[in-house]
Design a protein around this ligand. Structure first.
Ligand SMILES: *[C@@H]1O[C@H](CO)[C@@H](O)[C@H](O)[C@H]1NC(C)=O
Ligand SMILES: *[C@@H]1O[C@H](CO)[C@@H](O)[C@H](O)[C@H]1NC(C)=O
Ligand SMILES: *[C@@H]1O[C@H](CO)[C@@H](O)[C@H](O)[C@H]1NC(C)=O
Length: 477
């Protein structure tokens, strides 16, 4: 601890002159680094080895030493992206006179404990939720000391996996975090008894609700694709042409990959079905699900339409792609809902192979997608082959409480009716202090985003509810 404390002092002095970075929404932050312990739970293996953990900070609204600390528990990506996608925190910080701090999750973005070697074995073994939570707890404790803020309340925020981490901060470190807003956090997923086929049915339902006949068109398109593929090479080259692929489909395995690529696009359009144009994960138009449905119904045939709909996700609102490189744009991994690409995707794949068991694949019975299963056996084999690990689902269950979360307190769980993750979210009040709020008209953590004039009334209500809970946690004796 002494070492990290010392270098924080150094950093605060050195970084005092750091330039504020203006983000897309015009709310600036200062980027800093914290000297973090690599292994909190073993005094020998990595000794006192440390790494530089990135965090973003904004103190311009803070009532110094008195106002609360609004802390974002970074999730599976660069923290700068979550700052941009979580404008609710900076929208309300002035009225709470809060200090805003967003910390980056180890092994993501620039917070790589072993640099380029971070994704090797055994180094990647240091990527666990327990280590990440300990990072946040140690960092907050140190930061409060540094800023003479030891009496300041800490309110945690997080969306998606970040929302799970916010909940877990309350589970594990109620001494450090006073309350949390866990937006679209599918925590019940880690209970082995929770159904695992919740995800793709909700995605399908979103498309069904967005426009009459949409789901039928999509099913028809997948069915026609199947028939074409069954014709062998000529069918595959027709498909390659209709989808504008850079490299023609060579065989049935490549065709399966294309199906996964399409499903991935529909999955993200459903998750990010915001009522306005947004650039989180992709450059999407307003109401992308509806846009996808329109692309299909206005095309000359449903297969061309399906390709155009997938293009909304991969080619974006101002697309520049000449053709689709489906091997680069979609990588199969231990998360059937998609890992993304690059280093962040590797780290997430590892987490999906260890502590976080994600939903099952699609089945063409309870959902509109082709049969692309991902069973427990398939996961075990994939994880053994890819990372040399066998998942231990009972461990996450024991560690993170499963569905029995009555022992915790001061949490608000929000879930949107459009969000496929609501199937594993906390959608009913658990106690007087563990509350659920339903965001009608909301996709994936819409409530955490910046205020927007296109916001549905449901998200206004949810934000008011969250603010009133935060107020109670801050004012509690
Ligand atoms: C790590 O521990 C060793 C042995 O106690 C000590 O000599 C060394 O200075 C420490 N390194 C750092 C970076 O604190
Ligand atoms: C999905 O199931 C339906 C009805 O059982 C079938 O007609 C259709 O071909 C299937 N689609 C795919 C892509 O397997
Ligand atoms: C991507 O979008 C641009 C602009 O709309 C379009 O010209 C291009 O053909 C699209 N790319 C693909 C691969 O469909």
């Amino acid at each position: 601890m002494a070492t990290s404390y010392g270098s924080l002092v150094l950093c605060l002095c050195v970084c005092a002159f750091a330039v504020e970075i203006l983000n897309g929404q015009g709310v600036p932050y200062t980027e800093k680094y914290y000297t973090q312990i690599v292994d909190h739970f073993n005094y020998l293996s990595y000794g006192n080895k440390t790494f530089q953990q990135r965090y973003l900070i904004q103190n311009k609204w803070w009532k110094r030493g008195v106002g609360p600390i609004f802390f974002y528990t970074g999730n599976e990506g660069a923290i700068t992206a979550f700052w941009e996608a979580s404008g609710f925190v900076t929208d309300i910080a002035p009225q709470f006179e809060a200090l805003v701090v967003f910390a980056e999750h180890r092994f993501y973005g620039k917070s790589l404990p072993f640099g380029d070697d971070s994704f090797k074995s055994p180094e990647i073994g240091l990527l666990t939720m327990e280590q990440a939570l300990a990072d946040y707890a140690v960092f907050l404790t140190d930061l409060k000391k540094q800023l003479s803020a030891t009496n300041c309340r800490v309110i945690s925020f997080g969306g998606s996996y970040g929302g799970m981490l916010t909940a877990y901060m309350r589970f594990k470190y109620p001494n450090i975090v006073d309350g949390g807003i866990a937006a679209s956090a599918p925590i019940y997923m880690l209970d082995p008894s929770h159904p695992r086929d919740f995800f793709f049915p909700i995605v399908s339902n979103d498309f069904n609700q967005a426009m009459p006949g949409c789901q039928d068109n999509i099913k028809k398109a997948f069915s026609q694709l199947d028939n074409m593929a069954a014709q062998g090479q000529s069918g595959l080259s027709d498909i390659s042409r209709m989808f504008n692929l850079c490299k023609p489909l060579a065989d049935n395995a490549a065709f399966k990959h294309l199906l996964g690529w399409v499903r991935n696009a529909f999955t993200f359009m459903a998750m990010l079905d915001y009522p306005y144009k947004a650039s989180f994960e992709a450059q999407l138009p307003a109401n992308p699900v509806k846009a996808g449905c329109m692309a299909i119904s206005s095309a000359s045939d449903v297969v061309t339409g399906l390709a155009a709909a997938a293009g909304i996700f991969y080619n974006g609102t101002a697309g520049t792609l000449k053709c689709y490189d489906i091997d680069a744009e979609f990588i199969e991994c231990a998360d059937p809902t998609g890992c993304g690409t690059g280093n962040n995707a590797k780290a997430w794949d590892y987490q999906a192979c260890t502590e976080i068991k994600l939903p099952a694949g699609s089945n063409n019975v309870t959902d509109m997608f082709p049969v692309l299963p991902f069973t427990t056996d398939m996961r075990n084999q994939y994880c053994q082959k890819t990372w040399g690990v066998v998942p231990r689902d009972e461990w996450s269950y024991v560690q993170f409480f499963g569905e029995n979360i009555k022992s915790t307190s001061n949490l608000v769980f929000s879930n949107g009716n459009l969000d496929p993750w609501n199937g594993a979210g906390v959608t009913k009040d658990v106690s007087d202090t563990v509350r659920a709020v339903w965001v009608q008209g909301g996709a994936h953590h819409l409530d955490l985003r910046h205020w927007n004039q296109a916001d549905p009334i449901g998200v206004w209500k949810a934000r008011e509810f969250e603010k009133s809970n935060i107020r109670q946690w801050i004012n509690a004796p």
